[in-house]
Design a protein around this ligand. Sequence first.
Ligand SMILES: [Fe+2]
Length: 386
Amino acid sequence: MRYAQLGDVPAKRHVQFRRNGTLLTEEVLGFEGFSGNESILYHLHSPCRVREVGEFVPIVREEWVPETHVHRLTDTNPIEPGGDWLSGRRLLQFNGDIEVSICKPTDEREGFYRNGEGDEVLFIHHGTGTVETIFGDVPYRPHDYVVIPRGTTYRVTPDDGEQVWLCFHTPGEIETPNRYRNRYGQLLEHAPYSQRDFHPPAELHTHSERADFELSVRVRDGHQTYLLDYHPFDVVGWDGYVYPYSFNIHDFEPKSGRLHQPPTVHQTFQGPNFVICSFCPRRLDWDPLAVPIPYHHSNLQSEEVIYYVDGQFGSRAGVGEGALTLHPSGLPHGPQPGRVEASLGATSTDELAVMCDTFRPLRLTTLARELDDPGYATSWHAQARA
Ligand SMILES: [Fe+2]
């Protein structure tokens, strides 16, 4: 990310900085000890200040260990809306590198949240609202990726109307791919987006209210609650390279070629042992002999998860908006029968999908079992499609 600043910061770091005579508390919020990216925030109160220590509730994952190893289709549409913007996240797939959930929040949540052990990405399928954070407000709209780095105290204020989010949590860092950046970190000309497409918080609201506020922090694979006697959005200013931001998938500039381009051209983010890619509406391959949809591939060491957002996905029959396919490691996959022929001569696609490839096996939850389409495994069998 680029350097950003919001609110008031002193000219030098680590100096006395006051507001209305009160000495502010400087907090360096950074990664990898003091070697990674960091931001410096100036608080009205010590961020350590806790009035009461509440409960620690371990995260419970109900795992489903399938009896068979097959390609899977999960329809997320039947997931009933419910819960709030945190409790409403319904886990479908996970491993030590990533968790994939669907959230359809309907309820308000009292209090604030901070992920102390992972970065989060909320892909907004449906809905608008605001992610209010200690760094300021990040408004969101359909098809935004909202990236929330660990350490960000926040709450979400969804607007009225349908909300459907695809949520990722990773103990790693969400980054733009190395190959898109020069040695200074600036995005290169060939990158499918530029710094202008990433939107840091635009407005900072400093709260000085003194009252009881609950803060839930995800740590050690659980949620620890604390009771504060001040509003945690007490930052008067910050600067640095760590902050939440939004990136709309339609600002991803897709690449096409004379012949089919590999999924790597769609890469949007990288994390440890996974990538997140955006399949966006685009012109298709223009050679007269081109096959404009993917070739069969055996990506033997990765699991490929695709969430279908909008439009017609060329290589799949029977998947629509809200479907999630999992093509696990060790197996080949490719277009279903008839799709190659149907694609020939196509000049454009309106498909919109988010893909997450993981390089270590994914585990599934009992919710994924409930939503599993057992017919998908044999859907490449021509008779199965007849
Ligand atoms: Fe694939």
